[in-house]
Design a protein around this ligand. Structure first.
Ligand code: SF4
Ligand code: MG
Length: 324
């Protein structure tokens, strides 16, 4: 709720605080148990920062992150340590997130050392079970990360994330670094694990076709804010926010013969700096449907249709926004 993640900018000889990069600027959304919420947007829009702030890998500048009744944003260090096992992350680059000097068994078992207090034999048994779950051969337990392919390394990263039986996993571009030929395998594994283990995912990706495949609902971010959150099918069939419309116009239609295909919308200009976002609607400098009011008044994310939340004066005119 009202999540903000600002990074201070220091400048000049005296390194004075001269402003903030507003990486995440007042973002509110829900993730329901057992669902996959897709989080999409161009690189630099704040998606990964949201994911990290949810897991308190960053301490938010402001706002609340309530997971199962605990406000992760404000938990004490010790309470956070106890909460940690329930919320985990799968990283984009399995190569960079795995210690090259540790064996696979040690990598997957590391969270167990810190949190479970299991005796060695049981720990190894747990590691084997995790390897089975992600489709890694147990015989490779004593090998090192460089002996595996990119897809297998991502399986190691997923096994490690599962070690402590989490309920919520942030998947931050989990397939972006993988060959296209194995991306689907990893996504299928994530879906399969979700069904078997009852996991809840935030799936961060710039791959809109993959998000269409895996997500139940999708949030579209632009310049640190959420433009629209809608059920997947509604969003892809009929995006309501002009930015969502432009973003999705670039996605190839699964059935190219279908009537009413969207034409590609090319946005003019560049994304403004998050250190100096425009006044009013943050999309006003590039929006094809911009109106005078957009330069003055910031639109509020509002439920425009049942289950569909949009921040745009065109969709929810300001008088409705105020009354509602
Ligand atoms: Fe475009 Fe105005 Fe809607 Fe912003 S509020 S998306 S500028 S129409
Ligand atoms: Mg699913």
């Amino acid at each position: 709720r009202n999540l903000k993640m600002y990074f201070p900018i220091f400048s000049g000889l005296l390194r004075r605080h001269s402003g903030d990069v507003k990486a995440v600027d007042n973002v509110s959304f829900d993730i329901f148990e057992g669902e996959t919420l897709g989080l999409v947007g161009e690189s630099g829009c704040g998606k990964s920062t949201v994911g990290r702030a949810l897991l308190r890998l960053y301490t938010p500048t402001a706002g609340n992150v309530v997971i199962d009744g605990d406000d992760v944003a404000t938990l004490s260090a010790e309470a956070l340590r106890q909460k940690r096992p329930t919320m985990q992350m799968v990283f984009q680059d399995p190569q960079a997130s795995l210690n090259p000097r540790m064996t696979v068994a040690a990598i997957i078992g590391e969270p167990l050392d810190e949190h479970s207090g299991l005796p060695t034999a049981e720990k190894l048994e747990r590691v084997y079970t995790l390897m089975d779950q992600v489709g890694l051969n147990r015989r490779f337990a004593n090998r090192y990360p460089h002996e595996f392919s990119g897809g297998q390394r991502q399986r190691i990263g997923i096994a490690r994330a599962l070690a402590l039986n989490p309920k919520f996993i942030v998947c931050d571009e989990p397939i972006a670094a993988l060959d296209v030929s194995i991306q689907a395998q990893v996504v299928n594994l994530l879906e399969d694990l979700q069904d078997r283990l009852g996991l809840t995912y935030l799936f961060i990706s710039h791959d809109l076709s993959m998000v269409r495949h895996i997500a139940d609902r999708v949030a579209v971010m632009y310049l640190g804010q959420i433009a629209e959150i809608s059920p997947r099918d509604d969003l892809y069939a009929d995006p309501l926010h002009p930015y969502a419309e432009a973003l999705l116009s670039a996605v190839p239609e699964p059935d190219p013969n279908r009537e009413g295909r969207r034409t590609r919308i090319i946005l003019k200009g560049d994304v403004p700096s998050p250190a100096n976002p425009p006044k009013g609607c943050n999309f006003c400098t590039r929006c094809p449907k911009v109106m005078p009011i957009c330069h003055d008044l910031e639109p509020v994310l509002t439920e425009a249709r049942p289950g569909r939340f949009v921040a745009c004066h065109l969709v929810t005119p300001p008088q409705t926004t105020r009354a509602g």
